[in-house]
Design a protein around this ligand. Structure first.
Ligand SMILES: Cc1cc2nc3c(=O)[nH]c(=O)nc-3n(C[C@H](O)[C@H](O)[C@H](O)COP(=O)(O)O)c2cc1C
Length: 375
């Protein structure tokens, strides 16, 4: 039976969700234009969940959600699970009410992984992982204020760090977290489950690591085996084969991909092929790009499409900035990615940028399967 018919083993969000890969929430990147681009690569018949970048619960109550770049959405967007950052009931209650009733969220995710100083000062983000009782309380207060499913995105705790991450790209050779570390994680997550969380996403890298070193996938497996909630695994996926490897080696219900999707949005299509899904709408009869040159060509096509979407949603200045950031994050997979980034920073208008893309991608631009993942 194809994966398409099977759906997910443990349902995430709703019974329609049948595709085991999702985009990661990323500040400045997981916006409406990029989500639309990715949706275009989703195989026909596939349905997954979609994030926003993290949204501060103190700000959402007063924002114009339709006009704020972080909360802009397109009419065709469904299965949206915005991510909120916060720890106080009133702003959380007001935020989730607006997201549910005005904005059309299908679920709400709570960020317990943000390591930036501001979040730590306010005692939210990854700071919540230091206090399991309080973290559970944040879930409880969120659940109490919405009928939507509530999920939590976590990092590994720093106590896990003892030798478990080596900076290598291998996910099978790094030693597991200690028993005490794991037992803290499991106790922590059981508290979230009792408080009403519907699923957990784990990015097994500590706050100290930020995005350096490598993610310890074994912790995803340990979590998967120990709890009954669905688990989304995240960290260091670069290719469709990596996504399959994470799903298979950890047993997680879904794999979340951040940086690599900025370079290879058609990874959704490649994975769909492996899982027996049909090509994305409009690409019927085509195979997903696979060779370095095919991928390089598709990258050019994807960037041009994303620029069109950015133009539709953002002011020219913001579109320029967001486009450059997208290129900065994704271009390391391109052999001449630095050149592309330099050209995108040199362009002072969207028209100049569109011309620069035409010129750059008029030649063949091979892509690498892997790159050194950086911040
Ligand atoms: C530019 C950038 C911004 C990010 N912003 C967020 C965020 O808003 N919320 C969050 O939970 N994680 C955030 N992350 C972390 C990602 O969701 C993800 O956990 C991390 O990039 C590891 O996945 P990857 O190896 O597939 O990129 C961000 C990562 C990047 C690169």
């Amino acid at each position: 039976m194809s994966a398409q018919n099977r759906g997910l083993q443990r349902p995430i969000l709703n019974a329609k969700v049948n595709f085991p890969v999702t985009l990661a929430p990323m500040v400045g990147l997981s916006h409406v234009a990029f989500r639309r681009l990715l949706r275009g690569y989703l195989p026909t018949g596939a349905c997954t969940i979609w994030p926003t970048e993290m949204l501060n619960s103190r700000r959402i109550p007063g924002e114009n959600l339709a006009k704020t770049p972080e909360t802009m959405r397109a009419p065709e967007e469904t299965e949206l699970v915005p991510q909120i950052l916060g720890n106080e009931e009133r702003p959380i209650a007001l935020s989730v009410a607006r997201l549910e009733h005005e904005w059309g969220a299908a679920g709400v995710d709570i960020n317990m992984g943000c390591p930036v100083k501001k979040a730590l000062n306010h005692n939210y983000g990854v700071a919540l992982m230091g206090d399991s009782g309080y973290a559970a309380e944040v879930v409880r207060m969120t659940v109490a204020n919405t009928r939507l499913p509530v999920s939590v995105k976590l990092r590994a705790m720093s106590v896990f760090d003892a030798g478990s991450t080596t900076g290598s790209t291998s996910h099978s050779t790094s030693p597991s977290a200690s028993a005490a570390d794991l037992s803290y994680l499991l106790k922590f997550v059981r508290g979230l489950e009792e408080a009403g969380a519907s699923w957990i996403t784990l990015h097994p890298r500590t706050a100290e690591q930020k995005r350096r070193g490598s993610a310890d996938w074994r912790q995803i497996r340990e979590l998967r085996e120990a709890i009954s909630l669905p688990v989304i695994g995240n960290g260091d996926i670069q290719t469709a084969d990596d996504a399959l490897a994470m799903l298979e080696s950890t047993g997680c219900d879904m794999a979340m991909i951040g940086r690599a999707l900025t370079a290879r949005p058609w990874l959704l299509w490649q994975l769909g092929e492996e899982l027996g899904f049909a090509a994305p709408p409009g690409r019927e009869g085509e195979r997903a790009p696979r060779s370095p040159l095919e991928e390089g060509r598709e990258y050019g096509r994807a960037l041009k499409t994303c620029l069109i979407y950015m133009r539709e949603h953002f002011s020219d200045d913001l579109a320029l900035r967001k486009f450059r950031f997208l290129v900065r994050t994704g271009s390391p997979w391109l052999h001449f990615g630095q050149d592309l980034y330099a050209r995108s920073t040199k362009a002072k208008t969207l028209d100049e940028l569109a011309c620069a893309l035409e010129v750059f991608f008029a030649g063949e631009q091979p892509m690498a399967a892997r790159t050194e993942l950086r911040q």
